[in-house]
Design a protein around this ligand. Structure first.
Ligand SMILES: CC(C)(COP(=O)(O)OP(=O)(O)OC[C@H]1O[C@@H](n2cnc3c(N)ncnc32)[C@H](O)[C@@H]1OP(=O)(O)O)[C@@H](O)C(=O)NCCC(=O)NCCS
Length: 161
């Protein structure tokens, strides 16, 4: 995507910032409910963000948040724990921008290897990761349970940066 306005930014969410945690949980709910997957409660988001190795960010434009990402940093390795967008903002190039900015942050932290997991039927996300040259390194059988109780494999992807 080449037409990203300059006003888009990533805002770090601390566990103690209750309004930002609420927005994170609300966006997570909208993004994942839309694909039939369980979302995180505010207390789950707070609990994750309370860990020293975990960082969360909101993607916002003119202070209107519509995307989120959470990463875990362990030395030179990182995991993208979750990432997503309000469905109204999907398929407009923002997911690509969010992942691009996330990788920029990870490079600042001197990360060399990035891992993530994705549902094997999440075609959009898989397409996005592949265009960043993530490669599939494994499968976790029946790892995800959908809201309608189907069990779906997770694909593990890795990128060296
Ligand atoms: C996955 C997600 C973050 C992608 O963000 P997005 O803003 O919708 O995607 P973008 O507009 O940046 O497009 C990224 C790429 O996916 C492609 N894409 C978009 N919709 C697609 C579709 N229905 N099928 C296949 N590819 C698709 C785009 O064409 C683009 O590739 P291109 O640049 O080569 O054309 C977003 O859809 C989302 O929040 N989904 C719900 C939550 C989720 O699945 N998170 C990931 C969990 S691992």
């Amino acid at each position: 995507m080449n037409q990203t306005p300059n006003t888009i930014s990533l805002f770090e969410v601390n566990a103690t910032n209750t309004p930002a945690v609420q927005i994170f949980a609300s966006l997570h709910h909208k993004a994942f409910q839309n694909i039939g997957q369980k979302s995180w409660s505010e207390s789950e988001v707070t609990s994750l963000l309370s860990s020293e190795s975990i960082h969360g960010f909101l993607l916002q434009e003119n202070q209107v948040p519509y995307g989120f990402v959470m990463i875990r940093l362990v030395d030179i390795e990182a995991e993208v724990i979750t990432l997503g967008l309000d469905p109204h903002y999907q398929q407009l190039g923002y997911g690509r921008f969010l992942l691009y900015e996330t990788l920029k942050i990870l490079r600042l932290f001197k990360v060399k290897k990035v891992f993530l997991e994705v549902r094997e039927d999440n075609i959009k996300a898989i397409h996005l990761y592949k265009t960043f040259k993530f490669r599939k390194i494994g499968v976790r059988s029946k790892y995800y349970q959908t809201l309608d109780r189907k069990l779906i494999d997770a694909l593990t992807f890795k990128l060296e940066i």
